[in-house]
Ligand binder design. Structure first.
Ligand SMILES: [Zn+2]
Length: 81
């Protein structure tokens, strides 16, 4: 049996947290051009919003978004038998 008394918080000690298996499209708020987000998160905070800066190469504008990496530990229920 496992009891989780406190979920993880703070930041992950990972220098480069890649999001390879996700598909994130960045849409420029100014010119609406789209591109795929192919960056990594550096020492990401978990379960709290992080400000990220984005840049549009089409119209040269820069803006910020807040993203959150959710991480919880869950224990799978054992089936009887
Ligand atoms: Zn743009």
């Amino acid at each position: 049996m496992i009891k989780i008394l406190k979920q993880p918080e703070g930041s992950i000690e990972v220098k480069r947290f890649y999001l390879d298996e996700s598909k994130i499209i960045i849409v420029c708020p100014n010119c609406k051009s789209e591109r795929e987000y192919d960056d990594y998160l550096s020492y990401p905070k978990i379960n709290e919003f992080m400000k990220k800066s984005f840049y549009c190469y089409e119209c040269n504008c820069e803006w910020q978004e807040e993203i959150k990496l959710n991480l919880t530990i869950e224990v799978k229920e054992k089936s009887n038998g």
